[in-house]
Design a protein around this ligand. Structure first.
Ligand code: WTA
Length: 647
């Protein structure tokens, strides 16, 4: 039994409005088809055209070398600097335009123009050089969402140091593991940053994480929280002292196209985190290109991606992609519901946000909090919405469309990964008629397909494995320090095809429907079911906000479905509701998918970037101890509570 059975039925369709299409960069289906065909049939010509829009220090001589697969080389022989693409290239045309519009959790606001950002990054870069940081060195960045985080990233890029950003919510232990694996020699952090009305003491975590690691010779500390910190005068330096006497001019280091730009760690389901390696030109061309087409940016847009720079979404769609496109980027330090449930919408109204990009987990939280928090605010400037990170259930999609988008904004449901560097499967907002729950079609340059275990392409509407059949510029180049694991994880299964680890199907219109991680697939009586589809059926019930399903061993059916359900606050949780939900799933998708067990919970265990950790729920469902990497869980107490509730 090879296939994943698809049971989700979704017939609603939302073409872009005539107004939106009229103003969009791409608005014509035939034009998308033409560009897409060219990008696949003649990738050299397509990518030369895109790369030619950007300022090279030296031109490339060959677009792609795939002879040493699975390690691609793009734009061979070219020289460039990523920070120059984000900053220097805009100085003449939009030097006074706001690059970063920032709001802190307490409500303090900063506006930084492209000219100012260029000067700040240059001073920062000179300061790092003065501390002996040089091309190829690894610098760990562990900061809250303040402008200096973006500056730190760009300052590293400017001098050719390889940045490794670690999300500020990780523990000292997780940080230490990443510092050691990357062989980092310098760190950039803050005294502390605001989160949910409190100061997180980041410097303290850094101190703990590098205790005994002598290779870290410098810790740059930005003052933000004004909390007390311990100080090691030989190693630690305040950011304001570091940059005080530095000139606002720092010639960007000429980087080879394939020189590393950054490492970013992502957790595997087991074992230690993987250091995903991205190089300079391919990544930058991909980030620039996808931002331009997917977010359809115009000169006067105020663009807000709510991710943290500690994730790939923040790298590609807060820093590199939007800045390479000369956009005004809103950056927000704090939690979505601090000090009140409408904070995100208040920020949208206050700053006139036009393009808004967030995650399904956030959307489901807002559904639960109630429409009134959204409706209090004037969101009429919004023109485009996006989501990323997990499959979005059709009901959450519809809510986003109706309540946030006022039924006028296209939604781009963007499928991609840390490994892919940029968006891969996505609607083009002026072209694609969207279907709730589908990431729709591949972006130009992406040869995506659904195959069976042997690599044969499956016909429409058969669930299988999602692969990418051709290299693309922003693909990862390997895992830091572990190329064997790179080959094993992504290439061993199919050889020539990149295997993403996700299950999906493609419908009769060529639209992709992501069904979740294949590791999570449930096998009931020989039928392989997608977690996404059963969860969507549960969430389509009027009293369910969020659901996660896993398989647990069953003598009769092999696996049985165990569902963890977060109901809305208004409903009484009892056996009646339990029975109603079981019946609801049976009606929506068939008896086969009826959960054998439903457990109610106020919260699901999630990673710090908001993904449901089904691996942990499987342990709970089976009543066994949890093993494996726990460093990425957001809130350990959620897991403890689930175990307590065990019947
Ligand atoms: C999932 C985030 C469905 C998927 C950019 C992928 C999605 C993993 C979507 C990568 C989407 C991301 N629809 N699933 N639109 N976007 N995913 O590395 O399972 O944090 O493999 O990158 O998230 O997560 P990562």
């Amino acid at each position: 039994m090879n296939e994943i059975e698809s049971v989700l039925h979704e017939d609603r369709r939302f073409p872009p409005s005539a107004d939106f299409a009229a103003a969009a960069r791409l608005s014509d289906e035939a034009e998308y088809q033409r560009l897409y065909r060219q990008s696949i049939d003649d990738p050299d010509a397509y990518w030369s055209g895109v790369a030619g829009e950007l300022p090279w220090m030296e031109p490339w001589t060959q677009v792609l070398d795939w002879s040493e697969k699975p390690v691609a080389k793009w734009f061979i022989g070219g020289k460039l600097n990523a920070s120059a693409w984000c900053l220097d290239r805009h100085l003449a045309e939009r030097g006074d335009k706001t690059a970063i519009l920032w709001e802190g959790e307490p409500g303090d606001v900063r506006e930084i123009s492209y000219r100012e950002l260029h000067a700040d990054v240059s001073r920062f870069a000179n300061g790092l050089k003065a501390r002996g940081v040089k091309k190829g060195d690894r610098v760990v960045i562990y900061m809250p969402m303040i402008p200096e985080l973006a500056m730190a990233v760009l300052a590293c890029a400017r001098i050719g140091a390889i940045h490794s950003v670690v999300f500020g919510g990780f523990s000292a232990r997780a940080l230490r593991e990443r510092i050691e694996d990357g062989g980092c020699t310098a760190a950039i952090t803050c005294d502390g940053g605001w989160r949910r009305g409190k100061i997180l003491p980041l410097k303290q975590e850094v101190d703990e994480s590098i205790e005994g690691i002598d290779s870290v010779h410098t810790v740059v500390v930005v003052k933000r929280g004004a909390n007390d910190v311990e100080w090691d005068g030989r190693r630690d330096v305040w950011y304001h002292d570091l940059v005080a006497d530095q000139p606002a001019d720092c010639p960007p280091e000429p980087m080879d196209s394939e020189d590393p730009l950054f490492i970013l760690y992502t957790s595997g389901s087991t074992g230690k985190p993987k250091g995903i390696l991205h190089t300079t030109a391919g990544y930058m061309v991909g980030a620039y290109h996808s931002t331009k087409y997917v977010f359809d940016l115009r000169e006067d847009d105020v663009y807000w991606c709510t991710a943290d720079v500690g994730w790939i979404t923040g790298h590609s769609y807060i820093v590199y992609g939007p800045l390479a496109n000369g956009a005004t980027v809103l950056m927000y330090e704090g939690a979505p519901t601090t000090p009140h449930a409408g904070r995100f919408w208040e920020l949208c109204e206050k700053h006139g946000v036009t393009v808004f990009y967030t995650a399904p987990t956030a959307i489901r939280t807002f559904v639960r909090l109630g429409d009134e928090h959204v409706k209090k605010h004037d969101l009429s400037k919004l023109r485009l919405l996006g989501t990323v990170g997990e499959p979005i259930n059709p009901e959450a999609w519809m809510w986003y469309h109706r309540v946030v988008g006022g039924e006028r904004c296209p939604i781009v449901d963007t499928w991609w990964q840390t490994e892919t560097g940029g968006i891969m499967i996505t609607p083009l907002p002026g072209v694609t008629a969207t279907k709730p729950g589908s990431a729709t079609r591949p972006l130009m340059g992406v040869d995506a397909a659904i195959v069976d275990e042997d690599g044969n392409e499956l016909p429409p509407n058969h669930g299988g494995l999602l692969v990418i059949r051709k290299p693309w510029p922003s693909m990862l180049r390997g895992l830091w320090g572990d190329m064997d694991r790179y080959r094993e994880t992504y290439w061993a299964k199919f050889g020539d095809y990149y295997f993403a680890g996700d299950g999906a199907r493609r419908d009769e219109d060529g639209y992709f429907w992501i069904m979740g991680r294949v590791d999570d697939v449930i096998n009931v009586s020989g039928h392989r079911l997608s977690t996404m589809e059963v969860e969507s059926a549960l969430v389509s019930h009027e009293h369910v906000c969020e659901a996660a399903v896993v398989g647990r061993a069953d003598e009769v059916t092999g696996q049985a479905i165990c569902a963890f359900v977060t109901p809305d606050a208004s409903v009484t949780v009892d056996d009646g509701l339990r029975a109603a939900l079981m019946e609801h799933v049976a009606e929506e998708i068939g008896k086969l998918a009826r959960p054998a067990e439903i457990r109610f919970t106020n919260a699901l265990p999630k990673t710090r970037s908001g993904k449901i950790m089904r691996r942990l729920l499987r342990d709970v469902a089976e009543g066994r101890e949890t093993t494996g990497d726990m460093s990425t869980i957001e809130d350990l107490s959620v897991l403890a509570k689930l175990r307590e509730n065990q019947e």
